[in-house]
Design a protein around this ligand. Structure first.
Ligand SMILES: [Zn+2]
Length: 468
């Protein structure tokens, strides 16, 4: 089966062929850094990280551009409330986002441009739009620049809306010289006490939509392959991005992919609800790799309704995978990832990134692997472990990878602990052999008190750290 995706603009699944053979350019709307991220924000990062890893596995050279919106109304309001400069708020929250992406194992983007670093590119784009009759500086001299939606017949195509049914754009508090209430701001004229940058039409600051068009085409070219983001961005943000760029003569995105939202009790995540789901809180409930499994396991276009129970179920499912790989390693030694993933797994991901179907293949391998171990079929167990590692690496979930197995220091420490626990377990076996069960139990209890769980198996005792 060929690679295909559901394209929001076409409203159907389309075969994917990149603009340039062997290469894929991908733009993802990143964070507006007014607050630290909750899991709803990071879900998009995880979904598109899996997409990127799959494309990379398939041999494409992927260029991922994920922007940072480091100036906007909300950032200015937070800064004002705290009595600090706007850039202090942006810097602090950008660090929180970067930490969250790293913690959940999202590979860093190829480039991560910030809006305020790209004002000349935005001025150039506005000049092209004004020249072509698609934009105008507000007549009231406010410094606002607007996109003239009536000048662009395709407006509404991405979000499947007709212009005559649209309401006014809610991007300014007042009309401030708009020709049509549905016209949206490309640039917001300076207000007293707000940060601003000079332009030929007056000082001001970037509109949210304009910055993405300017940055996407700067790094990926006038036409690029995939534009991604959350479903809540389709209108007005992405509709406006594509209108600006296409009206200016650029081809812009060839495929539009949108991830479903994360809700709580069926409601969209609000700031107050989201506070309990900030990433530092979440990685106290489960390990980061388990949180990644939870956020990535559902199809990217489906809604995830958050619950603690579902999170713990996901963690348990991940532990079953991990448990097999660890036990297989103990029996057959370290197994390297197979060169290729199973065909069934590849077909699932090729079909609009069907991670849930791909995970069914993963769990099938775990079940068969456990049987193989129980029956002493070591070669089969090793084979399955290798295939599992290849599949998990595409999903960013391989527990034995450098990413999740920890640093060299931690790995070294594990060897030391393993040697110490082995000494204790030999003493315990010796105590049992001489029928001194009290001594044997005491050793087991002392290990338990240190957080080490001992399990007796047909192949001898094995240990693991207790998970809280
Ligand atoms: Zn954007």
């Amino acid at each position: 089966m060929s690679l295909r995706f559901y394209d929001t603009r076409a409203r159907t699944v389309r075969d994917f062929t990149p603009l340039h053979e062997g290469r894929v350019s991908l733009y993802l709307c990143g964070a507006t850094v007014q607050a630290p991220p909750h899991i709803g924000h990071i879900r998009s990062g995880v979904n598109f990280d899996i997409l990127r890893r799959w494309l990379t596995y398939k041999g494409f050279r992927v260029t991922l551009c994920r922007n940072v919106t480091d100036i906007d109304d909300k950032i200015i309001n937070v800064a004002r409330a705290e009595g600090v400069p706007w850039w202090e708020v942006s810097e602090r929250n950008q660090r929180a986002f970067t930490w969250a992406y790293d913690t959940l194992g999202c590979l860093p983007p190829t480039v991560e441009p910030r809006a305020t670093g790209h004002v000349p590119e935005m001025v150039e784009l506005m000049a092209r739009l004004i020249d072509r009759g698609h934009a105008y500086a507000a007549a009231d001299g406010s410094g606002d620049v607007y996109f003239d939606v009536r000048s662009f017949p395709e407006y509404g195509e991405l979000s499947n809306q007709r212009l005559d049914q649209m309401r006014g754009a809610a991007d300014t508090d007042d009309e401030r010289g708009k020709r049509d209430p549905r016209d949206f701001a490309l640039w917001k004229g300076a207000r007293p006490g707000e940060p601003s940058w000079p332009t030929p039409w007056g000082a001001g600051r970037p509109g949210w939509h304009l910055e993405c068009s300017a940055m996407a085409t700067k790094y990926l070219g006038a036409t690029f392959d995939i534009h991604g983001g959350g479903l809540d961005l389709v209108f007005p943000h992405h509709e406006n991005e594509t209108a600006q760029s296409r009206a200016a003569g650029d081809g812009f995105a060839r495929y539009w992919l949108h991830n479903g939202l994360l809700t709580m009790g069926g409601e969209k995540m609000s700031k107050s609800l989201g506070n309990s789901l900030l990433i530092p809180e979440m990685v106290r409930k489960v390990r980061p790799v388990e949180l990644r499994y939870y956020l990535g396991q559902a199809h990217y276009r489906s809604v995830i309704d958050y619950s603690d129970d579902a999170l713990l179920e996901a963690a348990a499912a991940y532990q079953r995978i991990e448990g097999f790989l660890v036990r297989a390693g103990e029996v057959v030694g370290e197994v390297a990832p197979a060169a290729e993933v199973p065909a069934e797994f590849a077909a699932a991901l090729d079909d609009d990134l069907g991670v849930s179907s791909a995970l069914a293949v993963v769990h099938g391998h775990v079940r068969e692997g456990n049987s193989a171990l129980a029956e002493g079929r070591k070669e089969r167990a090793a084979d399955l472990a290798g295939q599992l590692r290849a599949m998990l690496s595409v999903l960013g979930l391989d527990p034995l990878s450098e990413q999740w197995a920890g640093t060299d220091d931690a790995a070294g420490l594990r060897d030391v602990v393993d040697a110490l626990v082995s000494v204790a377990l030999e003493q315990r076996q010796a105590a049992r052999a001489r029928k001194d069960y009290a001594a044997a139990d005491l050793i087991r209890d002392r290990l338990g008190a240190a957080g080490i769980v001992v399990e007796d198996t047909p192949h001898g005792p094995r240990w693991e750290l207790r998970r809280s």
